[in-house]
Design a protein around this ligand. Structure first.
Ligand code: NAI
Length: 341
């Protein structure tokens, strides 16, 4: 385990086992220089504990970069529970995780993620106050609209840099995935006068976008190759990969999905292809900005300004990449490292 990628860059990695509830979890704390490590708790049927630890380390490191670039007073961490969220979830499991988090004394603050829900976080809360995004508290809610807002202004920054235009009117944006973020993004882009091409594995969602926003529907396979200035991945990770990259016909890749690049070197390949990439963890930070503000009980109206600031941050990333002749991905990483180390 000590040889796993990024292990030696972490401040602390905690293995949790609770016999009564059956909990097996790993809490990875990457960096707390800016404040307590915050990052969601993922529940996934990992094949083995090494795979789970690898994921926890990768994700917690990513949270440090994301939180630093969003200017938040928090570091990066992540918890993973080994198990199938559809069959092995119990309140006792999450209460046991809460106990382990509490023992860290506030160095790690958890929240929901893939496979966990606000209700699960309520069970965590039985044993610790170091949990964000609880169910049913006034002013607490879905982070997706904040994420969509950040992506919209991020697209504005990207087209300004790449195409020299300061409005979305008349541009075409291809959106992959019309879920919580993608559908709200479609609405905002439509209101700004953009034309839309959309794809989703759920045909009722594309139909709804066609009716509400006049969106053209693409097949799931062809959306990466849509004739559009902007491609906005809002579904899966690894959507930019060696087979999709040559098919891209856009000038900008800017969307909400996490881990859009299958491998880091694709950032450089996008640059060489003349396509401007808005690094995923910078453009999709609206949700964590909202969750963090709620956790610290900051006024709800402080959130919007910080989300809108994603536009300026991205403009700085693009300018740095140009100046240094490097990919936007690398430019963002270097800017983040300067903010947390
Ligand atoms: P969601 O689960 O609500 O929506 C995903 C949508 O993508 C669904 O409509 C699904 O049917 C569709 N989809 C799945 N596979 C597809 C495929 N092969 N082609 C086209 N569509 C496909 O998820 P949500 O919350 O909208 O998040 C979207 C992405 O943004 C995810 O990668 C998520 O990790 C990321 N993200 C979300 C944040 C949030 O605030 N919700 C914050 C930061 C990142």
């Amino acid at each position: 385990l000590f040889e796993l990628p990024d292990f030696d860059q972490h401040e602390q990695v905690v293995f949790v086992s609770d016999r009564d509830s059956g909990l097996r979890a790993i809490i990875a704390i990457h960096h707390t220089g800016r404040g307590p490590a915050m990052g969601g708790c993922r529940m996934w049927p990992y094949a083995d504990s090494v795979t789970a630890a690898t994921d926890a380390l990768r994700l917690s490191r990513g949270m440090t970069y994301k939180n630093a670039m969003a200017g938040l007073p928090i570091g990066g961490g992540k918890a993973v529970i080994i198990g199938d969220s559809k069959t092995t979830k119990t309140p006792a499991l999450f209460a046991a995780l809460g106990k382990a988090i509490d023992q860290l004394g506030g160095r790690y603050i958890t929240a929901e993620d893939v496979g966990t829900s606000p209700a699960d976080m309520q069970s965590v809360h039985q044993r610790t106050r170091f949990v964000a995004g609880l169910e049913g508290e006034p002013g607490r809610g879905d982070p997706s609209p904040a994420t969509a807002l950040g992506v919209r202004v991020g697209i504005e920054a990207a087209v300004q840099h790449q195409l020299g235009v300061d409005r979305l009117q008349g541009l075409t944006v291809a959106i992959q995935g019309l879920g919580h973020v993608g559908f709200d993004l479609a609405r905002q882009l439509h209101e700004a006068g953009a034309r839309l091409i959309v794809a989703d594995i759920d045909p009722s969602r594309t139909q709804r976008a066609a009716e509400a926003f006049g969106a053209r529907i693409s097949s799931v396979d062809d959306i990466v190759a849509a004739e559009a200035e902007v491609f906005a991945p809002c579904a899966l990770g690894a959507v930019i990969n060696p087979s999709s990259l040559p098919r891209l016909r856009c000038q900008v890749v800017a969307g909400a999905a996490n881990n859009q690049l299958a491998t880091d070197d694709l950032g450089e390949q996008l640059r060489e292809a003349g396509i401007l990439y808005a690094p995923d963890y910078v453009i999709n930070a609206g949700g964590i900005i909202k969750v963090c503000a709620e956790y610290y009980r900051e006024p709800a109206d402080s959130v919007e300004g910080r989300v809108l600031a994603i536009k300026q941050t991205l403009a700085e990333v693009f300018a740095t990449a140009d100046r240094e002749g490097i990919s936007t991905r690398l430019a963002a990483d270097r800017m983040a490292e300067a903010r947390f180390s």
